[in-house]
Structures are given as C-alpha cells and as structure tokens.
Ligand binder design. Structure first.
Ligand code: NA7
Length: 549
C-alpha cells in the first residue's frame, strides 16, 4: 500500500485517503486516477483473486461483451489504446480479462489491491468524518473517502428453487463459473434462464452436452451480435482516429459512434423500414436497437414494428414452427427487458439434442434429486446450469453493509428503491461515491466510458474539497428527491418501465419496484454533472457548512 496512517486536518488519523471496493473496470481506473494523478493513498479490496470484476466471475462458455471492443475499453490512455490489439469485433471473456490484466500491469495497480478480500461492512464514523471498513479477512481500516466500484451486475440472484440442495448432479451458475474447464461430454444438461447469459451459454453447451434442456420462462427479443475476427485494416483505422471515435461515442446515448438513427419508424414506409431493419440486423451489436429509429423506445406502435420484425426472423431461423412460436416474445415492448444479442442461439433449437421447455405452460415446481420438475414431468439431468440473473444495480451496494450518519443503513435509506444524487452520492452518506450507481446512465451507456466519466467527476470533486480544506461532501435531501423525480419522469416517458426485469427490480422477489437507470442520455447527464461541479457542487452540502451551520 502506498501509505497509511495519514493525519487529517483535525489531527485524527485515517489509514487511507480512499478505499475503493472492486477491481473491475471501475476499481482499476479509480485506483489509477486517484493514486497516480491525484497522489492520494488508495487501498482497493477485491473479493476475487484477480482483477476483472464481471469479467473475472462470468467465465462461462460463450461469455462475451455486446458492445464493439474498440468502444468497450478504456479511453483514458492513448498509449493503451494504441498498443492493445483486439482479435475479435466483440471480445470474449478471456480476452477482456487479459486486457484488464494488461492494464493492471501497465499501471502497476496490483500492489494496492487486496485480493480475496470482501468488504463486509462500511460504517461512517461521524466523530472522525471517516469511513471504517471491515473485511471478511478480519481487516479494519479507515478512509476519508469510500468509492464503490462494485459493479451493477455482480450480486447473483440467490436461487430460490426448492430442492436444489438435494440434486444429485452438479449445479453451476453462469455468474460463478468454475475456473477449470467443465467437461459436459455425454451429459444431460439443463439450463434455467434465457436472459443474456443463458442466450450466450446455450449454443456452447448444446455442442458439448449429450442433451440440453432449456427451461424458458420469458422469451426475449434477441438480435444477432455479428461477431467475427477483427479486420486488421479496421483496427488500423480505429487507432488512427481514436480521438474522434471516442468523442463521437461520448456524444451518443449508448456510448458508441452509431450515427444513422432515423427519426421515426412510423414515418418510414413498410419497404423502407424493412430495409433499415435488415441492414441493422446484419450489422449486429446494438445497431438494431439504437441505430434504426429513435421512437422505438417511446412509441408502442413504432416499437411493435421492430418486435414483429424480430418475430419474423425467429420464424425464419427455427425449423419447427411450434418451437419458434414458444421462442417469440409478446406482451411487452422490445427493449423493455435488456435485449440479449446472440450467436447461433435460435438455430441451436434446430439441433436434435436440444429441447425447449416453456415454463409459462408448465411451471417449474422445483428440483428433485434426479433433475428438474415442472408441472408436467421430471426432466432427468446430470448437471443444472443456473443463468437466473442478478440482484442488479442496488444489490452489490446493499450487500456491503453500508451505514451512514446516525447509524442509518443504506438498506433503510433505500427501502422504497434507490435515492441518489446523480447516481453518484446518497444523502446521509458523506464521502461515499458510487461509480455507475443506480439512477445514472450506467448499464445503458458504454460501461468503460460511463466509469471513466464518473471516476473523473469523483477525482475532480475530491481535488476541489482538498484545495479548500473541506472535509465532507454529501447531497442535500432536496437534491436527491429532485433527482429521483427527474429520473422517474424521464423513465416514465418511455416504454422501458413497462417491462419486468432487473431494470425495475422485478426479477428479485420482494425488491421495491423502481426504474434504476437514468434515461436522459449520457451527453445530457454529463452536462448536468459538469454544471453542478462548475457551480461549486450545487445541491451538495460541503463539510464546513455542516460543522459551522
Ligand atoms: P437476466 O437477464 O436477468 O436473465 C435471467 C433469466 O433467468 C431470465 O430468463 C429469467 O426469466 C430467468 N429466471 C430467473 N429466475 C427464474 C425462476 N425462478 N424460474 C425460471 N426462470 C427464472 O440475467 P442474465 O444473467 O442473463 O443477464 C444479466 C445481464 O448481464 C444482461 O442483461 C447483460 O447486461 C449482462 P424471466 O425473464 O424473469 O421470466
């Protein structure tokens, strides 16, 4: 660690200026920025035994990013951008993990990361204006600032299947995949869940298992990823133009340099619309969702044109019309659940060794020693793969045992859903920053860029405080309420809150329903954040005011 026991201005000693939680994309950049550019003493705690975060834990076959890798990567170092070579358009998990290891080496990050160490509590000590952090390894340290780089999709949903412990075979979870390769040869394998993770792992397992049974509750609107080897010429072009590409990416709501979106699907005639959809379908990535028509997420009828196009494509790909029908989503708008991207997903159901079970018609009753039991029958299995998702957005923060002023826990503060200012800070929790927290653009923006924007804002904020001898910062109750109303108002002007998924917390029984992502777009969001900073952190209470007033 770079230093310890720093005397703060009140003469109270703290172990670190900053404790960062997590060593994924967020924690790694936070460490580099705060330690190497601001000169702060920083300690990072990471539950895994390597860097990577999401890309460390989700190592199931087929795990891959859905945003083009030259965009889904850090922009803060041009040297890094120039030296790293992506081998595929959309990098797989091993390649992203190699990339993050390279970043850790290049910026000498590991020396300030404590691996295999999970933060179990973080308590704000008013008398010291500092956070006291405890870990599962028995460590207890204090820090002036606590920065959560805990990720948005890192707390797996706890499986609630009756009898799971009695299953006589092996149970795997996509979110906690074993390090060693799992050999499914000759096995009868069942996958529960057809979200993004299920849709990536299913085609891979179908090739390895003797038989694969897919348990589907809700069909998804799935469009092609369009992966392939990285064209060396394109890679050269990117490197020559990275500055412009990153600027254009930051100007786009999704954080990618897409630029051909048309105003309205309903204004286009059927033929023109079909041509646009076909073109975006072929190009892959999120182009179909984000670069076709700008009213898809706000107008039900416009949305239905895209939804119906996807259903037609499912009909074309799946040979058995009855199976195709089961795979077709209805009754909710395209995009209202996070749309997965696929590589050979639908065609996998044409294989003789794959069975689709529709859990809407025959609900899952539970797990029995020999397999999965639905209302119709028992499916005998050797292995079960859970691809059942995450307690998203708030889950990773809530499980960290955070307690703010007056012993008020984050769980109490968020009992009706997240309350934040900008998705970055919470009232009553001074000096706690949440990178890509709930109510920020986060997962609907390009994560590495969203992370860089937040870390840069946090670093500027800490610098501002230090230069003025201000000890604490926290948002006012009013600003938090206003941000919540603003976030909800925008969300409710779209179709997104009408879906049931981790976007709204509906996937976790008992979780308060709240739409957890800022939908005003990253450029608008960034301007709001910058303006607040430029106005001396308007809407925030600065420590001096708290103690004097
Ligand atoms: P998701 O997208 O939340 O998908 C979870 C899947 O598991 C989904 O199909 C669920 O069906 C299904 N599920 C969850 N619980 C059950 C139960 N109890 N019974 C049957 N089926 C169930 O998680 P992913 O890991 O695939 O993706 C998360 C994000 O990671 C993804 O969006 C990307 O951003 C990366 P449901 O739809 O609830 O009916």
């Amino acid at each position: 660690m770079s230093s310890a026991n720093i005397e703060d201005r009140a003469g109270v000693s703290v172990d670190f200026d900053v404790v960062v939680v997590g060593a994924g994309f967020a924690g790694l950049y936070a460490l580099h920025k705060l330690r190497d550019q601001l000169g702060l003493s920083v300690c990072v705690y990471e539950a895994g035994d390597e860097v990577g975060g999401t890309w460390y834990w989700n190592r199931y076959p087929g795990a891959r990013c859905d945003i083009e890798s030259y965009c889904y990567s850090y922009s803060f170092s041009d040297e890094l951008q120039q030296e790293w070579e992506w081998t595929e358009r959309f990098a797989g998990q091993p390649e992203i993990r190699r990339y993050l290891n390279h970043v850790a080496d290049k910026f000498d990050l590991r020396r300030d990361i404590r691996f295999g160490t999970r933060v179990v509590s973080a308590i704000y000590r008013e008398e010291r204006s500092a956070w006291e952090i405890a870990t599962d390894q028995g460590t207890r340290v204090s820090a002036q600032f606590l920065v959560a780089g805990t990720g948005n999709l890192s707390a797996p949903k706890v499986p609630d299947f009756e009898g799971l412990d009695d299953f006589s075979g092996q149970v795997y979870a996509t979110s906690r995949w074993p390090r060693e390769e799992v050999d499914f040869t000759g096995q009868r394998v069942g996958v529960i869940g057809t979200g993004s993770s299920g849709i990536q792992v299913i085609p891979e397992l179908a090739q390895r298992a003797a038989h694969l049974t897919v348990f589907q509750r809700t069909p998804n609107y799935v469009t092609p990823l369009g992966n392939g080897p990285m064209d060396p010429e394109f890679q050269r072009y990117i490197k020559q133009n990275y500055g412009t590409i990153r600027t254009r990416s930051r100007q786009h709501n999704t954080g990618v340099p897409y630029d051909r979106v048309q105003p309205s699907a309903l204004d286009a005639g059927p033929e023109e619309r079909r041509r646009t959809y076909e073109a975006r379908w072929r190009e892959g990535g999120f182009r179909f969702l984000k670069d076709a028509y700008s009213d898809l997420m706000v107008d039900k009828d416009a949305n239905e044109t895209a939804a119906e196009f996807i259903r037609e494509k499912i009909r074309e790909q799946v040979v058995d019309p009855a199976v195709a029908e089961l795979l077709m989503p209805y009754n909710y708008p395209y995009g209202a659940k996070r749309p997965p991207l696929e590589t050979n997903y639908f065609r996998t159901f044409n294989r003789d060794n794959v069975t689709l079970v529709d859990l809407r018609r025959t609900p899952l009753h539970g797990i029995v020693p020999s397999g999965v039991e639905t209302s119709a029958m028992v499916y005998e299995l050797d292995s079960i793969v859970l691809a059942t998702g995450f307690d998203a957005m708030t889950g990773p923060l809530l499980r960290m045992g955070v307690c703010g002023r007056a012993g008020r826990s984050l769980a109490q503060c968020w009992e009706n859903g997240p309350r934040t200012q900008l998705g970055l800070m919470v009232d009553g929790f001074p000096n706690l920053f949440t990178i890509t927290g709930p109510q920020s653009p986060s997962v609907l923006y390009n994560m590495p860029l969203a992370i860089e924007d937040h870390v840069n804002w946090i670093a500027d904020c800490i610098r501002y405080l230090r230069e003025r001898n201000i000890k604490t910062i926290e948002p006012s109750v009013e600003s938090v309420s206003e941000w919540g109303s603003h976030t909800n108002e925008i969300a409710n002007s779209t179709l997104l809150p009408t879906g049931h998924s981790w976007y709204t917390g509906d996937n976790i029984p008992g979780k308060p329903r709240a739409f957890m992502i800022y939908l005003g777009g990253a450029p608008r969001y960034r301007k709001i954040c910058d303006d607040i900073a430029a106005n001396g952190y308007e809407g925030f209470i600065l420590g001096r005011e708290l103690t004097t007033g």
